[in-house]
Design a protein around this ligand. Structure first.
Ligand code: NAI
Ligand code: MG
Length: 352
């Protein structure tokens, strides 16, 4: 009997809806080859839905996803809808309701890609940013007072818990142990004097439990500079929600295009579905033209297969991504080519 996986598809807005079907095409090829099947349920949850119905998703949206094995999301965001609506109306409720406290963002400079960074040689840059995904700086605690007056003020609290930092640290150290055995912790304990020293203490505490991993910590400002100056020196980088968000976009740019970068929002205990999505947004500037780079979505689908227990199928996808970039000059315009999304996807499937 072949295993069937129930996948929720949320294409979302803009190019999200253009790249999710390419990932689906690739997934189906691999299912046939590796002996599993995927059944999809599609949801139209998006900013467009918000404009028509006043909500990004229905009131029972989270419950509709609960019995799925994984969620594949494109991107949300639409001109005219404030970005905090799309984020807090869909992505953050999914991440938090399903305790997806790990946001995993691998970055590689592939052969055949011109990094804007001179020192980022293909093959040499291969790192993973492990971003804390459920607390930290992205918190609803705070408020605004005296709006519209000269005494107007805004307060926003960061939340760091022992449990939250410990579990992300353990995840990152274990991942480093399975990779090259190096971990860097992003901090800012010189300027942020309560939460970041707490973060540092807990990372050091967990490091003691993972003696096989060499680790260090860097202040976020210096670390950002080193991502540009010496990206090859990093293996696993663990960071708080905000720092991880910024660092992973920076690392994606170092790798050549934000259109390639994938992300996984993981519930490592598997009590709930995990969610896989490209790092990029809905790209309204190129939406509707059929020229979006599909690799971020396709690589995210590979991470999904890995999570679902098909590491060989996942490797087939990352190998095909490497081949299409190294061995052909088919590329979408963001990588300097002229191919459409469909042509790029077809070429990749040919090489699969
Ligand atoms: P963006 O990632 O959508 O676009 C940034 C730039 O990169 C644009 O010039 C775009 O054309 C290009 N780009 C992005 N993905 C590409 C791809 N696959 N192929 C080729 N070029 C690509 O980020 P931006 O412009 O800041 O945000 C646009 C909207 O997307 C906003 O509403 C934002 O809130 C939303 N967004 C949603 C995310 C999500 O759903 N997870 C993540 C980031 C942004
Ligand atoms: Mg981001």
């Amino acid at each position: 009997m072949t295993t069937n996986h129930r996948i929720a598809l949320i294409p979302g807005d803009g190019i999200g809806a253009e790249v999710v079907p390419t990932a689906q095409q690739v997934l189906d090829v691999l299912g046939r080859r590796h002996g599993f099947s995927l059944s999809y349920t599609s949801y139209d949850w998006s900013c467009e839905r918000y404009l028509q119905e006043g909500a990004m998703m229905p009131a029972d949206g989270i419950d509709q996803l609960r019995d799925k094995d994984a969620i594949l999301l494109g991107a949300v965001g639409y001109p005219g809808v404030p970005d905090h609506v799309s984020l807090w109306g869909l992505l953050i409720p999914i991440r938090r309701s399903f305790r997806q406290y790990v946001n995993l963002r691998p970055i590689r400079v592939f052969e055949g890609i011109d990094s804007p960074v001179r020192g980022a040689r293909p093959g040499a840059v291969d790192m993973v940013v492990v971003r804390e995904n459920a607390e930290g700086e992205y918190s609803e605690i705070g408020g605004r007072l005296n709006q519209g007056t000269s005494e107007e003020l805004a307060v926003q609290e960061s939340v760091f818990t022992r449990a939250g930092v410990t579990r992300i640290a353990d995840y990152a150290f274990s991942l480093a142990a399975r990779r090259r055995g190096k971990l860097t912790s992003a901090t800012k304990s010189n300027g942020i004097i309560h939460t970041m020293p707490f973060w540092d203490e807990l990372i050091a505490e967990r490091a003691a439990e993972h003696p096989g991993v060499t680790w260090d910590q860097e202040h976020i400002d210096a670390l950002a500079a080193k991502f540009v100056l010496a990206p090859a020196r990093f293996d696993v980088v663990v960071a708080s929600n905000l720092f991880g968000d910024i660092l992973s976009d920076l690392a994606a740019a170092v790798a050549g295009s934000i259109g390639i970068a994938p992300a996984a929002n993981l519930n490592p205990e598997r009590d709930f579905p995990s969610m896989f999505e490209p790092v990029h947004g809905s790209a309204p500037d190129i939406a509707g033209q059929g020229i979006a780079n599909p690799l971020g979505a396709i690589w995210s689908a590979a991470m999904m297969l890995d999570h679902l227990g098909h590491p060989a199928a996942a490797r087939d996808i990352t190998d095909a991504i490497a081949s299409v970039l190294a061995k052909t000059d088919t590329r979408t315009p963001d990588l300097g080519g002229t191919a459409t999304t469909a042509e790029f996807t077809d070429k990749l499937i040919e090489l699969l």
